[in-house]
Write a protein that binds this ligand. Structure first.
Ligand code: PMP
Length: 314
């Protein structure tokens, strides 16, 4: 997904023009990965743009910073408002939203705590991250030779910039092998997640996904899909998943803010089920996209409208 400039970036409490949102080459984060970020989406609805799961994303941003001991110099409500303000200022009807908290210029030392904590919020145009065809037909994934970060190496529940080197290694390898996405196993050899998405399988009508103990990022889309599936009367289990359980599943799909709900049609070249999107995945997609796009009732309170005519009034 190439980056297309938008007029404004929110930078430490004010909107600055795109070209002025710069950092110094000695920013700590650039050298040591000392940043925390989120990814959200705003969808175009018949009543204007609306952010999906604004509250949970901002909460996870603060939680990640807590784990990494990086205090955000703003209150959660200020960050929520700043996200809405940035979308409004850029006059976007739908977009991907990237809040990033990072350590700026201070010391050249591995204890970053004397470096200032800076915050930016940017908005980008984004279609289907894994491709429109993938959302309909399913994608091909492969199990990575790289392992997911282990609990005693890096904290998987926190969305810390430097940790994404692990995801980058896995996804580069997957692309070189002709797969759209990697599936990464935990250090214990169990299925963890994708490089930037959670994984689900469906077997005999039961929906199953690895638990936090499998070194996953507890995805917000994952929580939405679990809520939807249960609401539709489907049994949902958080359970350890082995590699071959993916091969033998009736359906496999990935979830994520960027990945949305994307079916998987093969794992390691082995077709999953019928080798195309299955009925449970299709039903969950229909509900997920229906609510996100404002075509179905927002029965779980997932959407926050972006006030377009004078923010803070809406
Ligand atoms: N796992 C990883 C490693 C991710 O980067 C993401 C994307 N944030 C996810 C899972 C999915 O999380 P969410 O549904 O909150 O976007």
């Amino acid at each position: 997904m190439n980056i297309e400039p938008t007029p404004w970036i929110w930078y430490n409490d004010r909107l600055v023009p795109w070209d002025e949102a710069r950092v110094h080459v000695f920013a700590h984060a650039l050298h040591y990965g000392s940043s925390v970020f989120e990814g959200l989406r705003a969808y175009a609805t018949p009543r204007g743009p609306a952010v999906l799961c604004l509250g949970p994303h901002v909460r996870r941003l603060f939680d990640s910073c807590k784990v990494y001991r990086m205090p955000i110099p703003f209150a959660p409500e200020e960050i929520r408002q700043a996200i809405l303000e940035t979308i409004r200022a850029n006059a976007l009807t739908s977009c991907y939203i990237r809040p990033l908290v990072f350590r700026g210029v201070g010391v050249i030392s591995l204890d970053p705590r004397s470096c200032p904590v800076e915050v930016i919020i940017g908005t980008l145009a984004m279609g289907n991250y894994l491709g429109e065809e993938g959302v309909q037909e399913g994608i091909d994934v492969g199990v990575s030779t790289w392992q997911r970060i282990a609990p005693n190496t890096l904290p998987a529940m926190a969305k810390i910039g430097g940790q994404y080197i692990n995801s980058q290694l896995a996804v580069m390898e997957a692309h070189d092998r002709g797969f759209s996405e990697a599936i990464v196993l935990s250090s214990a050899g169990m299925v963890s997640e994708g490089s930037g998405a959670n994984v689900f399988l469906v077997k005999d009508g039961v929906v199953c996904t690895p638990p936090p103990a499998a070194s996953i990022l507890p995805g917000i889309t994952r929580a939405c899909v679990m809520q939807l599936a249960r609401d539709l009367g489907t049994e949902v289990r958080e359970e350890m998943v082995t590699r071959e359980m993916l091969y033998l599943a009736d359906e496999v799909f990935l979830t994520g803010t960027a990945a949305e709900v994307t079916p998987v049609r093969s794992v390691d070249g082995i077709p999953v089920g019928q080798g195309r999107r299955g009925p449970v995945t299709a039903r969950l997609q229909e509900q997920f996209f229906g609510i996100a796009r404002g075509q179905l009732e927002d029965r779980f309170g997932w959407l926050t409208p972006v006030p377009v005519n004078g923010w803070r009034n809406g």
